[in-house]
Design a protein around this ligand. Structure first.
Ligand SMILES: Nc1ncnc2c1ncn2[C@@H]1O[C@H](COP(=O)(O)OP(=O)(O)OP(=O)(O)O)[C@@H](O)[C@H]1O
Ligand SMILES: [Mg+2]
Length: 440
């Protein structure tokens, strides 16, 4: 295996390319050189590149477009921009797009070397390197540093000591239960119980007695008195998971608990007072369920005093690298291995992937790959469905007209059905749009 770092050089001047190539060789780096951005992209797609050095002003497609393209498709490969025309706006723009360094021609060998060092040092912070301690940013075990996660951490902090009901929403695998536990275990009543109840998993006829308890003889089989989850959680937190799956009868009973702060055991005549903070979670759209008469609106408002929405992983891609590092370390340690290394290309693919199963999917993926791989994870080790940017929305069995129809619908939706605006976005005239809409 070649351990040299590969550097892609992009410059329209052959002399410059030649000079750079010689400098790379002198620095012990492995150069790939091209005069065009189109070829550069081709090389990026087919070779494992660790660093890109590009000129900005080139005929045809310029370096700025390459930087832009890389920020979308190869965001983990560091970029050093070199240019002969110093221009503040360009410099600011390329830096914003993700270039790490900016070097003005003419430069000396030492200046080039020091810029490359800086860029590569920056990179090693974000790539798992077993020689360095990787800093994991987390809030009580919840990994994340993206803006939405920071907001979430602030909300947890503000919510934790308050007994108001919390509703946690989010897709499957986003960490709803984890957030519920973080709220409870950081609260002033953390020494009281946290009682998780999977409302969706308990058969309907048992749910009431499980939640509220029963007295001996309340129903066939009730041979002793038994307390329910609510009594068990007294003083602490009850976590009602999958609340969207509760039956109308249970919803009515839950409403009573939230209003009266008391529960009645099955078979009992008198209610008992309980002091329980309710955290519920759902991946269903409760508002839509209310609209369809599947969920009680009054209960929704009782449960939803504080709402915490956990965004899906694809909306906080900044956290992907952090989560990879965290699970890589965790599972490698469990298997008595050194953490795996991920090639830049693999990291780019993992960042571009849509993670429909969210953190749980990422966690399972890293677990599997730690078991299956030895030192470095290469593109071949990644399952093919993860190599497509958004498999969730990309269906290879659809006809062109089906795709067109869906796209038109999405655009119309985004402009509140304004046909003139939609036609403008779609690049067709209103008449064509009308015909296309009439077609089915
Ligand atoms: N931010 C995070 N940092 C670290 N681990 C996380 C994070 N979010 C989720 N996880 C892990 O991902 C897995 C799924 O989390 P959790 O069970 O809390 O999700 P959920 O939203 O309740 O999912 P579901 O809707 O499927 O019940 C767990 O193993 C959890 O530890
Ligand atoms: Mg859950």
């Amino acid at each position: 295996m070649n351990n040299k770092l590969s550097v892609l050089l992009v410059d329209d001047s052959r002399d410059m390319l030649e000079l750079l190539r010689r400098n790379m060789n002198a620095m012990g780096l492995n150069p790939f050189a091209t005069e065009s951005v189109v070829d550069a992209i081709d090389i990026l797609e087919n070779t494992e590149i660790d660093l890109v050095i590009t000129d900005l002003n080139m005929p045809g497609i310029g370096g700025l477009q390459l930087v832009k393209y890389m920020s979308q498709h190869f965001s983990s490969i560091p970029i050093l921009v070199i240019t002969g025309y110093p221009n503040v706006e360009d410099a600011v723009e390329v830096m914003k797009l993700g270039a790490l360094e900016y070097l003005i021609k003419p430069f000396t060998f030492d200046e080039l070397q020091s810029s490359i060092d800086k860029v590569l040092t920056n990179r090693s912070i974000s790539v798992v390197d077993d020689s360095e301690e990787v800093i994991i940013e987390s809030f009580h075990g919840i990994i994340g540093k993206s803006e939405p996660m920071q907001k979430l951490f602030r909300t947890i902090d503000r919510t934790k000591n308050n007994k108001a009901s919390v509703l946690i929403t989010g897709e499957s695998g986003t960490g709803k239960e984890m957030v519920a536990r973080a709220i409870h275990y950081n609260s002033s009543f953390s020494s009281s119980p946290f009682v998780p109840v999977n409302v969706g998993a308990i058969p309907e006829q048992l749910l009431e007695s499980e939640l509220f308890g029963h007295l001996k003889g309340a129903f066939t089989g009730a041979i002793t008195n038994r307390v329910g989850f609510f009594q068990a959680a007294d003083g602490g937190t009850i976590f009602l998971d999958e609340i969207g799956n509760s039956s109308p009868a249970v919803q009515a009973k839950l409403l009573r608990v939230t209003q009266e702060k008391e529960v009645t055991m099955l078979g009992a005549t008198k209610p008992q007072k309980v002091s329980v903070r309710i955290i519920s979670a759902t991946n269903s759209n409760l508002e839509e369920m209310i609209w369809k008469n599947l969920f009680r609106e009054d209960l929704f408002y009782r449960l939803n005093v504080i709402t915490i929405h956990i965004p899906p992983l694809r909306e906080r891609k900044d956290d992907i690298q952090l989560l990879i590092n965290f699970f890589n370390k965790k599972f490698s340690k469990e298997s008595n291995k050194k953490p795996l290394k991920f090639s830049s290309k693999v990291l780019s693919l993992l960042k571009a992937y849509s993670w429909p199963g969210n953190i749980r999917e990422l966690e399972n993926f890293i677990h599997r790959i730690v078991i299956m791989s030895d030192v470095k994870v290469e593109v071949e080790d990644i399952p093919s469905h993860m190599k497509m940017a958004s498999p969730a929305t990309y269906n290879l069995t659809e006809t062109l007209s089906q795709v067109e129809k869906k796209h038109i619908e999405k655009v119309l939706n985004s402009v509140n059905d304004n046909k003139t605006k939609a036609a403008e976005i779609l690049g067709i005239d209103r008449k064509t749009l009308r015909e296309k809409l009439k077609r089915d």
